[in-house]
Write a protein that binds this ligand. Structure first.
Ligand code: C2E
Ligand code: CA
Ligand code: CA
Ligand code: CA
Length: 283
């Protein structure tokens, strides 16, 4: 016990205490923000690789903290996950994104209709009432469920494959689309994929960044495209930042897929999205 005490003393790091206090403060602020509706959603365009037109948007959570300014999702989501706040926040994001989508679909009658992609956290995905909530939101907002895309990471699915397969099948039966987020960074046991009803693989940004200057990344991107083609699903290339990446992706994609990244646009406010859609931009 004495040795353990000493070890504890040695690893005690005052910055860890500061960090814990900051997290606690962040949690109570986040709780208040949720109540006061200080959260908002920004939307990042997703562009069709074949037409170069905007096909839809990914909904990304934003929080403007009264003192700290913009708190990034990378910091906010873990706190929301640990405290369970992710459930009410996640529900709000889904509902708000669908409500906004319906308005844009009516305002800009594109063919095919605009879509919205919403991130589902592991906790949300495992929540018993997930299907009921999504059904409720679809009924309430009157969106076509095919225009809602749910993004789930590989790890959430692999963690409990059997339960995940069941939930995914039920979601699919409701008509919503299932996208695998950050694909290629997780379990890379590709054999299981055909067991899940999927609509697309989102190729992680880390592979797109280097695809034009590193053969290994280029090969991984090509392999994921081949895999998606075999499964008869789409790819979405995340983190497209340069014209060279965009042109290369258009050349090699055989799935009728999409690109997303700063090359097209940063995530935008609702008003900015409306401006962009009105311009009928094309890349
Ligand atoms: P993600 O789902 O992989 O979302 C894409 C992230 O990449 C976004 O960061 C986006 O701003 C950023 N990004 C887009 N294009 C580029 C690019 O060309 N280059 C670079 N370097 N980055 C790019 P963001 O908004 O900070 O979100 C971070 C993560 O937080 C998301 O990663 C997602 O996992 C999570 N997240 C965001 N909103 C929600 C939400 O409503 N619910 C849940 N559960 N998670 C969310
Ligand atoms: Ca995502
Ligand atoms: Ca991603
Ligand atoms: Ca991510």
């Amino acid at each position: 016990a004495k040795a353990q005490g000493k070890a504890c003393y040695e690893i005690f790091d005052p910055s860890m205490h500061t960090k814990a206090v900051t997290l606690l403060q962040l949690e109570s602020d986040l709780r208040r923000a949720t109540e006061r509706q200080d959260l908002m959603i920004h939307y990042q365009p997703i562009v069709s690789l074949s037409s170069g037109e905007i096909a839809g948007f990914e909904a990304l959570l934003r929080w403007h903290h009264p003192e700290r300014g913009w708190v990034k999702p990378g910091e906010l989501i873990p706190v929301a996950e640990d405290t369970g706040l992710i459930l009410p926040i996640g529900y709000w994001v889904l509902r708000e994104a669908c409500r906004q989508l319906k308005i844009w679909q009516e305002q800009f009658a594109t063919e095919p209709p605009l879509t919205v992609s919403v991130n589902l956290s592991g906790k949300q995905f495992k929540e018993a009432n997930l299907l009921g909530q999504i059904q409720h939101i679809i009924t309430e907002t009157q969106i076509n469920p095919k225009t809602l895309k749910l993004e789930i990471t590989e790890s959430v699915i692999v963690e409990n494959a059997e339960a995940a397969a069941k939930t995914l099948s039920e979601l699919r039966a409701m008509g919503v689309q299932i996208y695998i987020d950050d694909f290629g960074t997780g379990y890379s046991s590709l054999g299981y994929l055909h067991r899940f009803p999927l609509d697309a693989l989102k190729i992680d940004r880390s592979f797109i960044i280097n695809m034009c200057n590193e053969t290994e990344s280029a090969e991984i991107v090509q392999t994921i495209i081949n895999l998606a083609q075999n499964l008869q699903i789409y790819i979405v290339a995340e983190g497209v930042e340069t014209q060279q990446q965009w042109e290369q992706l258009r050349k090699i994609d055989s799935t009728g897929g999409y690109g997303q990244g700063y090359y097209f646009s940063h995530p935008l406010s609702g008003a900015e999205v409306e401006q962009l859609l009105a311009e009928e931009v094309q890349w």
